[in-house]
Each structure stands twice: as structure tokens, then as C-alpha cells.
Design a protein around this ligand. Structure first.
Ligand SMILES: Cc1cc2nc3c(=O)[nH]c(=O)nc-3n(C[C@H](O)[C@H](O)[C@H](O)COP(=O)(O)O)c2cc1C
Length: 173
């Protein structure tokens, strides 16, 4: 079944405090490793996950601009933190607080990425849900070609209003 055929449901799976959801990808975002909790939350088998694009668990409520910011940051060799809403194979959703880092070889070249996710704070999910919704609405109104710029503008306007960097905002939630 393709991700686009999955109907999102209102059923939530919640991470436990002691959980760490870990996955690794190559430089193109193809999954190369997932720990047992990653496999459990995704609802897919390990065989279905390995070798597949990480967007297999993308939730349609997530704005594209969030992933653009993530990729720009990690491809520049930096770490990235984000609250992400993911979708399991059965259409249920689960929120995570993700930390993505580049993996380097001995010469400093990026050879892939690792993401470690922890249980997110409820207050952060509540604060971010309307922000992601506004970003998504702006993206949908702008159309495919201008979507990322429109979604990014919503986020940048919010950061300017709060006079905060993206990372400061994430940790203030
Ligand atoms: C290490 C790593 C972990 C990722 N984890 C997630 C994730 O948990 N959920 C998600 O939707 N995208 C994740 N992504 C981003 C996806 O690769 C993809 O960019 C995103 O789902 C948007 O899909 P799209 O590029 O097809 O629009 C991750 C990327 C990397 C490199």
C-alpha cells in the first residue's frame, strides 16, 4: 500500500517517556536502519522500511516548509531539532521531538543522517499544531510551485514577531 492511499485517522499513539525512536538514512533520505521502537510506531515491518524513502511515515498535516528547513540545515552539516507529526501504516498518528544529525566520514564528508526522537511535551504539541496548520494552509493556497516559500514565510513572520531563532523557539515550547 502506498502512503498516499492511507487514510489518516484521529487515533493517536503516544511515545512513552523511556522511548527513543531511532532511524538512519543515506544522503538521499532512504532508510538504512530503524530500531525496534521505530518499527513498532511506524506499523511497517523492517523489510518494508529498509530501502524506502523516510517520507513513508510523513503525515499530510506536516507543512513542506518544515522539511525544507530540516534538509537545508542537515545538508549544511548542522544538527536540527523539530516537533514532527508522523503517520503509521494504519493511518494513526504520533508526535515526536526529533533530533537529526549528519553522519560524517573521516574526511568530513556527509555519508548519511541519524534521527533520535523522544517523547514530546504536550504543551509544545498544542502550541505548534496551529502554527503547522497555518503553514499548511498558506502552502495549499500558494500552489505547488510557491508552497515552500509561503509556508516558510508563516514561520519566519512568527519568529520575527517573537524575536527568536527557530531553535530558541523549539526549546522555549
Ligand atoms: C534521518 C532522517 C529522519 C527523518 N525522519 C522523518 C520523520 O520521522 N518523518 C517525516 O515525515 N520525515 C522525516 N524525514 C524527512 C523525509 O526524508 C522527507 O523529507 C519528508 O517526509 C517530506 O517528504 P517529501 O520530501 O516527500 O515531501 C527524515 C529525514 C532524515 C534524513
Amino acid at each position: 500500500m502506498k502512503r498516499k492511499d492511507i487514510v489518516p485517522t484521529q487515533i493517536e499513539r503516544q511515545m512513552r517517556d523511556e522511548d527513543f525512536i531511532v532511524s538512519k538514512t543515506d544522503t538521499k533520505g532512504i532508510i538504512t536502519y530503524g530500531n525496534p521502537i521505530f518499527i513498532e510506531f511506524s506499523g511497517y515491518s523492517e523489510a518494508e522500511l529498509i530501502g524506502t524513502q523516510h517520507n513513508i511515515i510523513r503525515h499530510p498535516d506536516m507543512p513542506r516548509a518544515a522539511f525544507k528547513l530540516a534538509w537545508d540545515t542537515i545538508q549544511a552539516g548542522q544538527e536540527f531539532f523539530a516537533y514532527v507529526k508522523n503517520m503509521s501504516k494504519d493511518g494513526s498518528y504520533y508526535w515526536v521531538f526529533a533530533h537529526i544529525t549528519p553522519d560524517f566520514d573521516q574526511s568530513g564528508r556527509i555519508i548519511g543522517y541519524t534521527s533520535v526522537r523522544r517523547c514530546p511535551k504536550r504543551s509544545a504539541i498544542e502550541a505548534l499544531t496551529p502554527v503547522y496548520r497555518q503553514m499548511l494552509e498558506a502552502e495549499q493556497a500558494a500552489g505547488a510551485r510557491d508552497a515552500i516559500a509561503a509556508g516558510t514565510k508563516v514561520l519566519v513572520d512568527l519568529l520575527n514577531l517573537k524575536d527568536m531563532s527557530y531553535e530558541a523557539l523549539v526549546f522555549a515550547l
